[in-house]
Design a protein around this ligand. Structure first.
Ligand code: ATP
Ligand code: MG
Length: 430
């Protein structure tokens, strides 16, 4: 036998048994975005490498080691599978003049690619929904973003997702802070692990992001950016917090929250849960007022966030199970005339909006009934040559209607000879 070919490590198939949860999630998210007036934008999954280097920053985990980049042999160009959506979204908005005299509330969704060590909640192809508000200075829009997240968690039935908030101040304040931080960290260089020593040289703020327990005390005592915010950023941050208090949203200021990407300033936030182990951040974002100009557009403020779909789904799976959708009717058919007649019956039922699985591949009545049962359908439509001749069919109840399962339980197994219109009416009533 030929050797089987497996999927690329860290890239998952989403199987039919799981897909209904994805569909429920995606449907909920789309409706929620509509409710806030955000419009969808779809970008290619492949971009010029330069876009990510320039926006995310070359001393970040993503650009340093996580990107799937390759040279397009046809023209020597370096291309990258997108590791995130913000850079592409901003590129597209600039390229198509969407910001010309305008602000934009946009969203996107789809696969992202990062070459990380695969583990629970961390994959090499994963999915994000991202929300970007381009041309908004805030703090009102910062508040909107956080408020809308909290509504989504409710809509998805998710509990225990906590909000952490910080301000990174202005670019200038960050430069000042960087100097102070480097001074402090240099005094303790020997105590740092190799990773943090490297970060100290390349991107010192990222040292604060270290998860190494041995470094926590040292990091705890580091100077804090929040103590040295520029006046306007401090006002902005206060206004965001005021808005959250007014909306009744609980949060914790985490002065060490710096985010892994370079383009953030002022408000940054993360939503985290302790129910998913180490991969507990389900949504993250913030303000990136410098990014549009950095990518070549006319200066405009902006903010946004992205959520990790796999992690949110994992959290949903901790809750009560969600029933997979099943067909309304499974059509069992036997006999030459029945085969053709059943085909017409199924089409007529579909015309009426029913989900109908027509048995294919023949087989005994008993084996077809087994398949009907396994399909989860509420009714089996039984069609033999007699029914074909008479122009009717037998409807057998396989499952009680969902809404009155107590009284309905008795009905399971009953059958009735009906015409097509009656069959449609039966299957359509819930
Ligand atoms: P982490 O610290 O977990 O690596 P990150 O800061 O790199 O996260 P972002 O770039 O902010 O993540 O992406 C936003 C969200 O996308 C994350 O909060 C997470 O839910 C999800 N995410 C990021 N990387 C992965 C991945 N490799 N697999 C699954 N989900 C991911
Ligand atoms: Mg990461």
């Amino acid at each position: 036998m030929t050797k089987t070919i497996q999927a690329v490590r860290g890239m998952n198939d989403i199987l039919p048994d799981e897909v209904h949860l994805w569909q429920f999630f995606e449907h909920t998210v789309r409706e929620w975005l509509r409710a806030y007036g955000y419009r969808e934008i779809r970008m290619p999954v492949l971009e010029r490498t330069e876009l990510f280097v320039r926006s995310i920053g070359d001393a970040t985990d993503i650009v340093e080691k996580e990107m799937y980049s390759f040279v397009d042999e046809l023209n020597g160009e370096s291309l990258t599978l997108r590791p995130e959506g913000t850079a592409s979204c901003v590129r597209a908005a600039i390229e198509h003049n969407l910001l010309y005299g305008n602000s934009q509330r946009l969203w996107y969704g789809g696969p992202m690619f990062r070459h990380e060590r695969p583990q629970k909640g961390r994959y090499r192809q994963f999915h994000q929904f991202g929300v970007e508000a381009l041309g908004y200075a805030g703090p009102d829009i910062d508040i909107e973003h956080i408020v809308m997240c909290s509504r989504l968690w409710r809509g998805l039935g998710l509990e225990g997702i906590a909000l952490e908030l910080n301000s990174l101040g202005s670019a200038e304040a960050r430069v000042r802070y960087r100097t102070r931080l480097v001074e402090y960290l240099e005094q303790h260089r020997d105590a740092l692990d190799a990773d943090s020593q490297r970060r100290l040289d390349a991107n010192p703020l990222r040292v604060l992001d270290s998860k190494n327990p041995a470094l926590q005390a040292l990091i705890e005592k580091a100077p804090r950016l929040i103590d040295d915010l520029d006046e306007e950023s401090a006002r902005h941050f206060e206004a965001v917090q005021e808005g959250l208090r007014e909306a009744g949203i609980e949060y914790r200021v985490n002065t060490r929250l710096v985010r892994g990407l370079d383009y953030y300033n002022r408000t940054v936030f993360e939503w985290t849960t302790d129910r998913l182990g180490a991969q507990g951040t389900v949504c993250a974002g913030g303000r990136y007022d410098g990014l549009i100009e950095q990518i070549g557009g006319k200066t405009a403020p902006a903010c946004g966030y992205a959520m990790g779909v796999e992690r949110l789904l994992a959290l949903m799976q901790e809750g009560p199970a969600r029933e997979a959708p099943a067909p309304d009717v499974y059509v069992v058919r036997q006999g030459d005339a029945a085969e053709r007649y059943a085909q017409r019956v199924a089409e007529t039922m579909r015309d009426a909006g029913l989900a109908v699985v027509l048995h294919c591949g023949g087989g005994s009545f008993k084996s077809q009934m087994k398949k009907a049962d396994a399909s989860g359908a509420r009714y089996a439509a039984l069609i033999g040559d007699d029914e074909a001749q008479a122009g009717n069919l037998t409807m057998k109840t396989l499952r009680a209607p969902r809404d009155d399962s107590d009284s309905g339980a008795a009905q399971t197994g009953t059958q009735a000879k009906v015409d097509i219109a009656q069959a449609v009416a039966m299957a359509a009533s819930r």
